[in-house]
Design a binder for this molecule. Structure first.
Ligand code: PAF
Length: 328
């Protein structure tokens, strides 16, 4: 009897270990990678490039299994899964990361980056790489910065031509203190919500709008649930390619190099995807009947955000904000 119990126990322990540290398929180990959007999105492009590079770089020792469309839960659950070691890899937006690595919140400050090139240079440079290193203190391993694009505003109530039109609009924001402060300061009613709930909430009218880059708008076909789009470009949205520390600890140096190099390839693939989708996404939204306001007075938005900038300077330090702003 004791023998049977012991055998059962060791079978369970072996199964749990396989589930948490990457299942072993013959000689190949499976790497679960989760993300919020569909396979044919910038997330899917990043995951596929990462997977291909790792498979090649480890001579087939590791194979990715993709879990798109929040199949493993929202971004918060994914990050918790990495910390617990139940998920090996994930690609997540900074919308969710700030609650785990608060210093990352600095990149979520509205109108911080002048344009895409500025954002990429900062994230690929010393500042962005130091930020990636900070994840380890929070039980996460961050390998590269991918990209979603600049976030824009959509809603079902009316065209937003300027700051005044935001008054009272119930806008879903990520569960991110920097985003929440920004929309509250602009006079909207920010409603933090996990992404998997957003489409239903827009359909039911419990929120009026949301804000996300064109890459997300196109992937989620937001024109099906939103009438108005304003190209506010109010904040740049990176995404991070992460692995679980327990999984990372199981790799040797050359495998770690393959995962890191692969993550960089994934980040590049997301940027290439975003460059393409940004060119045609707005036209697609229009062709599906969305009313698009193509330009807003960004200086007026910045002025309205002055009280928020004071809060951000207190939180992250004016010197840090200046370092980013002055980067070429
Ligand atoms: O708005 C968000 O929560 C994120 O941008 C999303 C859509 C999950 C993509 O990472």
């Amino acid at each position: 009897m004791q023998m049977i119990r012991r055998t059962l126990l060791s079978t369970c322990v072996a199964a749990m270990a396989a589930a948490s540290a990457g299942a072993v398929l013959g000689q190949t180990k499976e790497v679960k990678v989760g993300y919020a959007l569909a396979v044919n999105s910038h997330y899917g492009a990043a995951a596929q490039a990462w997977a291909d590079a790792v498979e090649k770089g480890t001579n087939g020792a590791y194979k990715f299994k993709q879990f798109p469309a929040s199949a493993l839960g929202g971004e918060r659950e994914l990050i918790e899964g990495l910390q617990l070691g139940t998920v090996e890899a994930a690609i997540v937006s900074t919308g969710a990361i700030s609650n785990f690595v608060p210093d990352v919140g600095v990149v979520d400050i509205p109108f911080l980056f002048r344009d895409t090139q500025h954002a990429r240079a900062v994230l690929d440079g010393a500042f962005g790489q130091e930020l990636l290193a900070k994840f380890s203190k929070r039980g996460l391993v961050a390998l590269a910065w991918g990209e979603q694009g600049f976030r824009h505003l959509s809603n079902n109530k009316h065209a937003v031509n300027g700051v005044a039109d935001l008054k009272g609009l119930k806008i879903r924001v990520t569960e991110n203190p920097v985003h929440i402060t920004a929309f509250r300061t602009l006079g909207a009613s920010p409603t933090p919500m996990s992404w998997p709930e957003v489409i239903g909430a827009l359909q039911q009218g419990t929120i009026d709008g949301q804000e996300n880059p064109i890459s997300v708008l196109a992937s989620a076909k937001l024109w099906q649930v939103q009438k108005h789009l304003t190209l506010t470009a109010h904040v740049y949205a990176p995404m991070a390619l992460l692995v679980s520390p327990s999984f990372w600890g199981s790799l040797n140096d050359s495998q770690k190099a393959a995962f890191t190099q692969g993550a960089k390839s994934g980040a590049i693939a997301s940027r290439v995807f975003v460059d393409t989708v940004e060119k045609k996404g707005v036209e697609e939204a229009k062709s599906h009947g969305m009313q698009v306001v193509e330009k807003v007075d960004q200086a007026a938005f910045r002025t309205a955000l002055e009280p928020a900038y004071k809060e951000y300077a207190k939180k992250f330090g004016q010197k840090t904000l200046d370092t980013i702003a002055n980067a070429k």
